[in-house]
Design a protein around this ligand. Sequence first.
Ligand SMILES: Cc1cc2nc3c(=O)[nH]c(=O)nc-3n(C[C@H](O)[C@H](O)[C@H](O)COP(=O)(O)OP(=O)(O)OC[C@H]3O[C@@H](n4cnc5c(N)ncnc54)[C@H](O)[C@@H]3O)c2cc1C
Length: 529
Amino acid sequence: MTISDNVLNADGALIVGAGLAGLFCALKLAPRPVTVISPKPLGYGASSAWAQGGVAAAVGEGDTPHAHAVDTEIAGAGIVDGDEAESVAAEAAARIEDLARWGTPFDRDGLGHYVLSKEAAHSRNRVVRVQGDRAGHAIMQAMIAQVRQTPSIRIVEGLTVVDLARADGRIIGVFARKLGDRYAEPILVRARATVLAAGGLGGLYAVTTNPPGVRGHAMGMAARAGALIADPEFVQFHPTAIATGADPAPLATEALRGEGAILVNELGERFMPAVHKDAELAPRDIVARANYRQIRAGHRVFIDTRQALGARILTTFPTVAKYCTDFGIDPVTQPIPVTPAAHYHMGGVKVDERGRTSLPGLWAAGECSSTGLHGANRLASNSLLEAVVYGARIAADISGLEPLRAPLPPFAGIEWNEAEGEAVEERLRNLQAVQELRRVMTDLVGVERNATDLRVALRSIAELETTAAGVTRSFLNMTTSATLVAAGALAREESRGGHFRTDFPEPRPEWAHHTEMTLETALEIRAAA
Ligand SMILES: Cc1cc2nc3c(=O)[nH]c(=O)nc-3n(C[C@H](O)[C@H](O)[C@H](O)COP(=O)(O)OP(=O)(O)OC[C@H]3O[C@@H](n4cnc5c(N)ncnc54)[C@H](O)[C@@H]3O)c2cc1C
């Protein structure tokens, strides 16, 4: 097919998104043909490349997958699927070996054993890392090199998916736009198996650590196609994004606190010991709320690494150190200003243990999916793990359905153009409707929530959806995801994990279960708000 027909055939499986979930799934599918769609060149636009901590896996002496699963369940605040946690933790070591075999230069000691970091709510050192805080970048560089030399993988850069294509009750591919083709009819890309791996929704919030393109598109388009969504209300706010006013806000990894860094306000007062017995190593949601409350009370919050790390921050945490110096902060002599920021989405498109969604023909992997592993609050460094475990499971499931065929020729006429790409991103960032939506989410559906604010948020989202000039399908995917998060948050009249309601500040036993929601239900909640 030629592009002028507005229809392309993937001739095999199609993967939407080129973060770790998408690329790992593509590599695991080899030699079966697969097409991977990425709005940007590989390595750009994906949270995966920005991960600092690493991948959680029970590969240290004395550690066990069961201990990892138990920590995962405790962090998840009562609604982690226990079997899921056990099985993911059990597969971790094999997937780490895959990553290493494909070229990831994990930190190792003189005996060749992994160097393991300690992160909050892990009962022991369990996070495999690269050069201290460069895990995401290094893993992605290794996977990209591997993908580029795998003939069965066709990469299409400069294409953004706006809708899933349905026929006879099945997903038969996607509708996608070429870079800059805002008003042209989208292209239909047909596929027998479609894997959604287009990331989370942090960018729906005004203050976020996620790359600009990660704005809930995946969950939004799946919900609009009728997919069942799970736990949309559970958004994790990272307590320590560096507060420089930059959008997105650079991250100061949790591993800094693992190394002994403390949180103080502008008066030099350390406040975490009074909040939780584990002080700065309390679960993320508790630290995020403590920081949020300091800021609401008119204080500024800083992470102070001076005593714990001193000049060692420059070599042990080069990424954080560089972010600081870029913004005129000397982390060796100055505390680093921080703020909570939308970081990770525990909810998403509901999948079973094979990664199958409720829609035939559609699988979902990585942050856009909801597997039941994270419950109400993700254990640090479990998300890259989930991305590779499910990338592999989905590839195995699809391989059983797909015949082996010859490698695929490139799609002609679609390519990335840097100048145009930057212009599109800038235009999107500055669109008033997008800015308003992100402000509504941060102010009214953020770290602390209540029924009044959530109702206002739902009405505002509905209004933006109907009145925003030039509403595109992309924007509709964003407002759809925002609606699901706010509707889930309004429905859940309790506090649990990442979801905190000031009007229901305690967990309630009758709510100790997942939320399952279709867009139809979310829209009913919105209409009644
Ligand atoms: C700063 C930061 C640090 C983190 N540190 C860690 C860590 O140390 N350990 C850990 O386990 N987790 C960490 N996380 C979380 C983890 O990085 C993510 O959950 C994980 O990388 C998600 O992988 P993914 O493949 O699902 O999505 P992503 O890596 O976000 O990739 C999504 C892909 O989908 C593409 N895409 C988006 N929209 C569309 C569309 N409409 N059409 C087509 N493609 C689309 C994007 O361009 C991108 O290629 C961190 C996250 C951030 C932001």
